[in-house]
Design a protein around this ligand. Sequence first.
Ligand code: MN
Length: 200
Amino acid sequence: MAFTLPALPYAFNALEPHIDARTMEIHHGKHHNAYVTNLNNAIAGKPEENLSIEEICKNISKYPAPVRNNGGGHYNHSLFWTIMSANAGGAPSGALGDAINSAFGNFDEFKTKFAAAATGRFGSGWAWLIKDGSGKLAITSTPNQDNPLMDVAEVKGTPVLGLDVWEHAYYLNYQNRRPDYVTAFWNVVNWNEVAKRFAK
Ligand code: MN
């Protein structure tokens, strides 16, 4: 098979109490796994089997909806697991911290704007911190399983941080309270990993 479900880089309960173990178990083992299975089914026997998920996303307008939905789902969730960890949170430092201050004023302003993108996304989708072609940071959001790598995205760039705001990401613990989930997310952001993505 072309794509495989990456192992979660920590235990299901590692992000508690902010994101509960049962949510992580279902989210990774059922939802992400289904995106991988359905992506592989959609590209079986086609040249896309030999492409990276990034290459597929960058030309997503060439492919049918199952590739867009499930390919986006695979890319987005693979990123999402790595930018969270236990004993995380706090504020970014170094080049990433400087770039956030430069783009948004300060870290609190950044968090406010990112949270507005996350809570303002109607229905299912993602909030993103992206790096554009000139290396500048920007905040955006995408519907469904789209992402800013896609040629169909309104605002394009390389994702350095992403937050899943589908109800399946938070409903067991937070029910309809998406803003509470977004607030809790800051406690599990792995800024070292985000900084690595920014430096690439
Ligand atoms: Mn999800």
